[in-house]
Design a protein around this ligand. Structure first.
Ligand code: NAP
Length: 275
């Protein structure tokens, strides 16, 4: 499977992680305080298979969010996430896309980041087909106003028509030639209903790539099962927002599954407590 996204040449720069002593006297690597198995610190995988093992498809329906942020929490540099990227995060980004059933992104990000259609590499498509998955994941765009540019590649270059999740009061007719529509909610998008509908269509492994307002709404509705956060070694300063924006929610603790590092980048995987 060499050539798959995530494959990394051997001989990577060394990494060092110092683990603080467990407060309760038990080794962190053996499990968390509730005794569940946890792999806290792992070496950057040398193969694509290793990356898939670290970010697997889950047996249960899962909504996984993937974000990148600077040391001081900024999710953009000069208005885009591109300035935060570094070694390793592209491999994880592509691997998460490869294993998901549906990629969810909201209209603000589609527009700001000028999202392309969801096209995987040939090895990634083969990986999916070899496991009985459709060649491409579904591309799902969340929009209430439907103020979308239908000439954007996300529509015109799509290998399969994207799904637009909207509400019943939205003018969805204009999408009929370029997208399938899921109506969830009467006057605003009901994300819980949308997730239920996607699950019912067989898309149980959902990957959310943002943006911040979508992430906040998902978090407030307690729909986020997993957060994959890349910490980029930059201090950006004031200005950019963080990975949630909007109405405040209830703080919810999550469990660390692993820490990965490559050069100065840090890759964290947190999951819903108890899962
Ligand atoms: N660092 C990273 O990992 C990362 C990842 C993604 C994005 N970003 C950055 O985040 C910024 C975009 O984020 P954003 O917060 O402005 O926009 P966003 O979350 O991508 O999109 C928000 C828009 O989605 C639509 N929407 C419909 N129903 C919604 C609901 N229930 N909840 C939330 N949104 C709903 C609304 O627009 P309409 O109803 O008008 O369609 C809303 O304004 C960009 O600067 C992008 O570069 C960074």
């Amino acid at each position: 499977m060499s050539g798959l996204p995530g494959a990394t040449a051997p001989g990577l720069p060394g990494w060092f992680v110092v683990r603080l002593p467990a407060q309760d006297g038990r080794a962190h690597a053996a499990g968390d305080r509730a005794g569940r198995a946890v792999t806290a610190v792992v070496e950057w995988p040398a193969t694509a298979e290793g990356l898939v093992e670290l970010y697997p498809r889950n047996p249960a329906p899962t909504l996984r969010a993937n974000f990148i942020a600077s040391l001081d929490g900024a999710i953009t540099v000069d208005g885009l996430s591109g300035g935060l990227h570094g070694p390793g995060d592209k491999e994880i980004f592509e691997s998460l896309r490869m294993v998901c059933d549906a990629l969810i992104v909201a209209s603000g990000t589609v527009t700001a980041e000028n999202y392309d259609a969801l096209r995987l590499t040939e090895p990634a498509r083969e990986w999916r087909l070899g496991r009985g998955l459709p060649e491409f994941p579904l591309m799902v765009i969340v929009s209430g106003s439907l103020n979308l540019n239908l000439d954007q590649l996300i529509f015109t270059d799509a290998p399969i028509p994207p799904i637009v999740v909207t509400h019943a009061a939205a003018p969805a007719e204009r999408l009929s030639a370029v997208a399938d529509v899921i109506v969830a909610g009467d006057t605003e998008v009901d994300l819980a209903a949308a997730v239920t509908e996607l699950n019912a269509r067989g898309a149980t492994q959902l990957l959310c790539e943002g943006g911040a307002r979508l992430m906040a709404t998902l978090a407030v509705a307690d729909l986020v099962d997993e957060v994959c956060l890349t910490v980029s070694p930059l201090l950006v300063g004031g200005g950019p927002g963080r990975m949630t924006a909007g109405a405040p929610g209830t703080a919810r603790r999550m469990s660390l599954r692993h820490v990965l590092t490559l050069e100065d980048m840090l890759f964290l995987r947190y999951v819903r407590q108890g899962s």
